[in-house]
Design a protein around this ligand. Structure first.
Ligand SMILES: *Cc1c(COP(=O)(O)O)cnc(C)c1O
Length: 367
């Protein structure tokens, strides 16, 4: 059994993917061009947002968003310590300081009731993460941001297409940031990312920053200092094929999640993921909580059932952020989560029989 089987998906759409790649090879238009433009339009449509701009990676999507908002040395950006390193890494790479806020133990997302106490005169933005496929409490976050005049950048790397009160991930804050890393719900066959925005006044800045600040009108005229962070045409062509299937794949993930939750509900000692009544969950990960996590992971491994831990060490305790001066005990919920979470295999093509093996394996552990 594999934790994630990317080949099952490729096999199911191989002809279309191969044709899309060939189309780019034949065109010899490898950077920018029609495929990227069309993908940006289709992705903006899918998300229900005015603009989508392709970039190199999810990390760059976050970094360029903060850059476009002018985040710099001396600024503070509020985020969650229970996420992938990139979320806070980009804040530090802008020269700013990541300021962590503990999570809601039910959803693993940032707890909005703890944000305001962390706001200082230096705070410029809030960077919530929609973790595992479920959106954070955006109403509360937006109202705090409005009250204190802060920007909001959504890390939607794990939640493309997820909804909250009828709005999709990445369409509520100033910017939404997406990753097309191959294992994400919409995965490219290499690196890729995207920034979404409804802000007419900021989209041009993103387009400049991702392409050396080059003027769209005059060659070799550079308006701002930017970088090379473009989505390439082969990836865009692949993503255009996959985007058509994404809604169906998300439904399948949710069905698999239901099947797990139903099967595990009387296992005892395990809590299954919760879904808020005003939002959905597209289950980038199916993550349970269990007290003897390391024991159960070892037990399942002996039965050749793969599981993963997202994330074993919260960011405030990472060596990379030692300079921020946090210590153990600062964010008890994030720390507890990191000791209790266990992600089970979930992907649209997964067989029910594999889920049955996993469910029985977990139940046996608790007998
Ligand atoms: C994957 C991921 C990123 C980074 O995306 P890359 O495309 O790998 O750079 C950022 N934030 C979160 C929450 C992620 O899951």
């Amino acid at each position: 059994m594999q934790f994630l089987d990317l080949s099952a998906q490729y096999k199911s759409i191989k002809e279309e993917i191969d044709a899309a790649i060939k189309r780019v090879l034949d065109s010899c238009s490898f950077i920018g061009g029609k495929e990227v433009e069309e993908f940006e339009k289709e992705a903006a449509d899918f998300c229900g947002v005015k603009y989508a701009v392709g970039v190199n990676s999810g990390t760059d999507a976050l970094f360029l968003s903060l850059k476009a908002l002018g985040i710099k040395q001396g600024d503070e950006v509020i985020t969650t310590p229970f996420t992938f390193i990139a979320t806070a890494g980009v804040i530090a790479n802008c020269g700013a300081k990541p300021v962590f806020v503990d999570i809601d133990p039910e959803t693993f997302n940032i707890d909005p009731s703890k944000i305001e106490e962390k706001i200082t005169g230096k705070t410029k933005a809030i960077l919530p993460v929609h973790l595992f496929g479920q959106m954070a409490d955006m109403d509360e976050i937006m109202s705090i941001a409005r009250k204190h005049n802060l920007y909001v950048v959504e890390d939607a790397a794990q939640s493309i297409g997820a909804e909250y009160k009828g709005k999709k991930a990445g369409t509520i804050g100033d910017f939404g940031c997406f990753s097309f890393f191959p294992s994400k719900n919409l995965g490219a066959y290499g690196d890729g990312g995207m920034i979404t925005t409804n802000r007419d006044d900021l989209v041009e800045e993103i387009r400049l920053l991702k392409n050396h600040g080059s003027s769209p009108k005059e060659k070799y005229l550079n308006l701002v200092v930017g970088t090379n962070s473009r989505l390439d045409a082969i990836q865009a062509a692949i993503l255009r094929v996959k985007l058509k299937y994404l809604l169906g794949w998300s439904k399948k993930r949710a069905e698999k999640a239901d099947y797990y939750s139903e099967g595990l509900k009387d296992a005892g000692g395990i809590s299954v993921p919760s879904i808020g009544s005003d939002r959905n969950n597209i289950f980038h990960q199916y993550t349970v909580r269990v007290e003897k996590r390391d024991d159960i992971q070892k037990y399942l491994k002996e039965k050749e059932i793969p599981t993963m831990i997202y994330y074993p060490l919260p960011l405030h305790l990472q060596p990379a952020f030692q300079n921020l001066g946090y210590r153990e005990g600062d964010f008890p919920e994030a720390e507890k989560a990191s000791k209790e979470v266990l992600s089970l295999p979930i992907y649209p093509e997964m067989e029910k029989t594999a889920q049955d093996v996993i469910i029985s394996g977990i139940k046996e552990f608790f007998i």
